[in-house]
Write a protein that binds this ligand. Structure first.
Ligand code: ADP
Ligand code: 5GP
Length: 217
């Protein structure tokens, strides 16, 4: 890891949940709240949904290009989810950390585990989003209106596998009322930014205070 130039170390904020629990919605709220938050734009072999923009929502790619990137070590993590490949490009994450910027990841439990095991665990803040109930999860998937019946079935049947990893995360939020969840999520991030370990230049500040204190007494 490069030398930390910033006042504060960047956090790698990982959001995971079963599909439909609300993590993309919450991620968008966080982006509006703090435009300095950098989104990790994943590569995927999945087809774009209506309205999704290449380079903003995902880098849409072929299986061959995806495999090449993995083989060249360009992915910080990658996984097969719902029959498609997804991965987080490594280079933007490294740059963000070096510059004290936070990165937000929307990845499944496999991605969360790989990022935590990649030597970057000191930077990781992982948050799991649970739905209030399974019928409500299904209702949200259907109401999103972006997946056909077959895809919704696949996502529902995979939801327990994802939920079963809830206990590997630092924080867990039940996304019942959206506004409340948003407030809680922002509170967690705000607090984590002030951890002593996140502020490598505190020592300089305290030394300055000490000098001023000694000059004054
Ligand atoms: P994910 O990214 O986890 O797959 P989305 O953010 O796409 O889920 O949310 C799925 C659907 O549920 C969307 O239509 C979204 O507007 C809706 N939704 C998200 N959070 C809530 C909530 N707390 N209450 C009601 N609907 C919600
Ligand atoms: P979707 O197809 O709904 O956009 O995403 C499906 C699932 O893939 C979600 O659980 C999402 O968190 C996960 N996902 C998206 N990008 C990545 C990634 O780069 N790596 C991993 N491991 N999972 C991802």
């Amino acid at each position: 890891m490069g030398e930390v130039k910033a006042e504060r170390r960047g956090l790698l904020i990982i959001l995971s949940s079963p599909s439909g629990a609300g993590k993309s919605t919450l991620a968008r709220k966080l982006r509006d709240w703090d435009p300095s938050l950098q989104f990790s734009v994943s590569s995927t072999t999945r087809a774009p949904r209506a309205g999704e923009v290449d380079g903003k929502d995902y880098y849409f790619t072929t299986q061959e290009d995806f495999r090449n990137s993995v083989n060249k070590g360009e992915m910080l993590e990658h996984a097969r989810v719902f029959g498609n490949y997804y991965g987080s490009p490594r280079a933007p994450v490294q740059r963000a950390i070096d510059n004290g910027r936070d990165v937000l990841f929307d990845v499944d439990w496999q991605g969360a585990q790989q990022i935590s095991n990649s030597g970057l665990e000191d930077y990781v803040l992982s948050i799991f989003i649970l739905p209030p109930s399974i019928p409500e999860l299904k209702r949200r998937l259907i109401s999103r209106g972006q997946d056909d019946e077959e895809t919704i079935k696949l996502r529902m049947s995979a939801s327990w596998d994802e939920i079963s990893h809830w206990d590997g995360y630092d924080y867990v939020l039940i996304n019942d009322d959206l506004v409340e969840t948003e407030v809680r999520l922002k509170s967690i991030i705000t607090a984590e930014r002030f951890r002593r370990s996140q502020q490598p230049r505190l020592l300089d500040h305290v030394r300055k205070l000490q000098t001023e204190f000694e000059d004054d007494t």
